[in-house]
Design a protein. Structure first.
Length: 376
């Protein structure tokens, strides 16, 4: 099991996302007051409220070893060494972003001893973090948004209008798919189809849209009343969509692909009885493919059967993220950024203490698995 190493820099300063031309710096507890950040030819000043925060330094040179300097009260406080990745070859063609595991309607996080927000909070953290994540992703440059399931917590009647409110806030087109939580009505839960209809959502098990340089395919791996996923029912339509394009393909699903016959961590994903054959089939349909899931609420990247697969965490629990993709003629980059909105990061940073603090080590993943450059 690989755990994210504890951050030892003063104030828990960290480069959470590193992109060919930008870096996201995050911190846990800088003193109240102005914070001067600089890197290469870029500098900016942000106001720290004494709690966790995030800032972006942009217009950086790619493929470079750089130093991010941090000054407090005009005095050098810390510095970080970063390396900006090399983008794939060719022109930059398009950008899109994803969020998953919104769990709209949930009120607690953790196992056994669950963390809860103050009851008098104006906007509950699931919808607050989802609104902030999608707004920040759009400001980053996303021309399209994908929602990869677990949109509601228990498909309750009052959760679907929150989803409707969220998608109506989008300034760019979107597609969505469902997760296990959207298919498991609990007490006061309503039928999923009825919930989607009430929210004005147009559901299709598999659908796609073409952006310059890439086909985005979104597929539903959920099974009614089950926690794990399946691909058998969607495989033919997915491979057909993948083979019928000359561009690369991004496949967004909810469930991750299990590595072993017996799942070794919670929650269970797509079993090995289905996953490997599906991955081999999609690679044969289109060798230029990246697959990304949610469900695990953690960040990871790995190759299985020659296919690059990433898992991306939730915007509502530590570290609280969205994923951004930039498409080039010769490949794609992924970045995973923390939701920077102060009211959101204040909550998500608290949730690192879940599961006796293990969540803060398990969920973030490594920088080189969150932010990567992949040449087709
Ligand atoms: Fe989830
Ligand atoms: Fe899930």
């Amino acid at each position: 099991m690989r755990l994210h190493p504890p951050v030892s820099l003063p104030h828990s300063l960290e480069a959470f996302a590193v992109e060919p031309d930008a870096v996201q710096i995050v911190w846990r507890n800088l003193p109240v007051g102005p914070v001067h950040l600089s890197c290469a030819d870029t500098s900016l000043v942000v106001d720290s409220d004494g709690g966790p925060g995030a800032a972006e330094l942009s217009d950086l040179p790619h493929s470079s070893d750089l130093v991010v300097s941090v000054q407090l009260d005009g005095q050098p406080a810390s510095h970080l060494h970063i390396t900006t990745p090399t983008p794939p070859p060719g022109e930059r063609l398009s950008q899109f972003a994803t969020v998953s595991d919104l769990h709209l309607g949930s009120s607690r996080f953790g196992m056994l001893f669950k963390m809860r927000e103050d009851a008098d909070v104006a906007v509950p953290h699931p919808i607050r973090c989802a609104l902030a994540a999608t707004a920040e992703a759009t400001a980053w440059g996303a021309q399209h948004l994908l929602l990869k399931g677990d949109l509601t917590h228990h498909t309750k009647a009052d959760e679907w209008p929150q989803l409707e409110h969220l998608v109506r806030s989008f300034k760019v087109p979107y597609q969505f798919t469902l997760g296990n939580h959207d298919r498991q009505p609990k007490k006061k839960g309503i039928d999923t189809d009825k919930g989607m209809a009430n929210a004005g959502l147009d559901y299709r098990p598999v659908h796609h849209v073409d952006l310059p340089g890439i086909r985005l395919v979104v597929a539903d791996t959920s099974i009614p009343l089950k926690g794990h996923g399946q691909v058998t029912k969607i495989a033919d339509e997915v491979t057909e969509a993948m083979s019928a394009t000359t561009t690369g393909v991004y496949l967004g699903v909810h469930h991750h692909f299990e590595k072993f016959a017996l799942p070794w961590f919670w929650p269970p994903g797509i079993p090995v009885s289905e996953g490997p054959a599906f991955l081999r089939a999609i690679r044969q349909a289109n060798p230029n493919v990246i697959v990304s899931s949610g469900h695990t609420h953690r960040n990871r990247a790995y190759f299985r059967h020659g296919v690059l697969i990433t898992e991306v965490g939730s915007p509502k629990d530590y570290p609280g993220v969205w994923a951004g993709y930039t498409v080039y003629e010769g490949g794609i980059t992924q970045t995973i950024r923390r939701v920077a909105d102060p009211a959101s990061i204040a909550w998500t940073d608290r949730t690192r203490r879940a599961v006796g603090g293990v969540w803060g080590l398990w969920a973030p993943g490594y920088l080189d698995q969150r932010c990567l450059s992949h040449t087709w």
